[in-house]
Unconditional design. Structure first.
Length: 233
């Protein structure tokens, strides 16, 4: 079977068209959110992934009937904004204070033998600061502007959408890049033999946080933001 259908679309577009592909990219270690603008070939080369094998998996997936998968691409923008806020924003706001506390604690207790944890704590403190303001701006400025644009796309609303999205894409790059670095520092959240229970919990929570962030940023970068920018033209 020809693999042409997977050469042209970006990683983000592939996942936007069939969200089930997200799990395949996660398993392959391919970033489909902040790195979603790359082609499949580019992403596979960067990660040393067998492109032909991944294409076969994607083609098999495309032939499998969709069952219960949410088609985010077809949702109205206001509804998608509310979903992101009620699902991913709530997850982030619940987990940020816990992870700031845990990462600082394990850095203090285990930092002598695992100095990478000191950098992890520092990085996550920056993620915490960045995301708190980011979510606030989305909920108070961008999302209301998107909902307003669906009813009446005034020049002021269009300008707000464009300026906010331009800035927020950069903020996504920072958060995604920081979590990528934490992943590398912890050797993909590997639990060492001398890890205490808090250490184990911290790494598990960090892994869950990264997984959620990938989906969260994908929904915004690859679906919500592009469709909103079309309204703002």
């Amino acid at each position: 079977m020809s693999n042409q259908i997977y050469i042209e679309p970006t990683i983000g577009e592939i996942v936007a068209n069939d969200f089930r592909a997200a799990s395949m990219f996660m398993d392959a270690g391919i970033d489909f959110c902040c790195g979603g603008k790359k082609s499949l070939t580019e992403a596979c080369k960067e990660k040393g992934v067998n492109e032909s094998h991944l294409i076969q998996q994607l083609e098999t997936l495309a032939q499998t009937p969709v069952s219960g998968t949410m088609n985010f691409k077809e949702w109205e923008l206001g509804f998608l904004s509310d979903f992101i806020m009620n699902t991913h924003h709530k997850f982030v706001l619940k987990n940020l204070p816990e992870l700031v506390f845990y990462t600082q604690k394990i850095a203090k207790v285990h930092g002598d033998h695992h100095p990478e944890l000191i950098e992890v704590a520092s990085l996550f403190a920056k993620i915490n600061e960045e995301l708190l303001q980011h979510l606030k701006n989305e909920e108070e400025v961008l999302f209301p502007a998107i909902k307003e644009a669906e009813k009446n796309a005034s020049p002021e609303v269009k300008a707000t959408i464009i300026s906010e999205i331009t800035r927020m894409q950069g903020e996504h790059e920072f958060a995604g890049g920081a979590m990528d670095k934490i992943n590398v520092l912890t050797n993909n959240y590997f639990i060492p033999e001398d890890a205490c229970n808090t250490y184990k919990v911290s790494l598990k929570l960090l892994e869950q946080f990264e997984d959620d962030l990938h989906i969260h940023v994908h929904l915004e970068n690859n679906i919500l933001y592009p469709k909103s920018l079309k309204l703002a033209k």
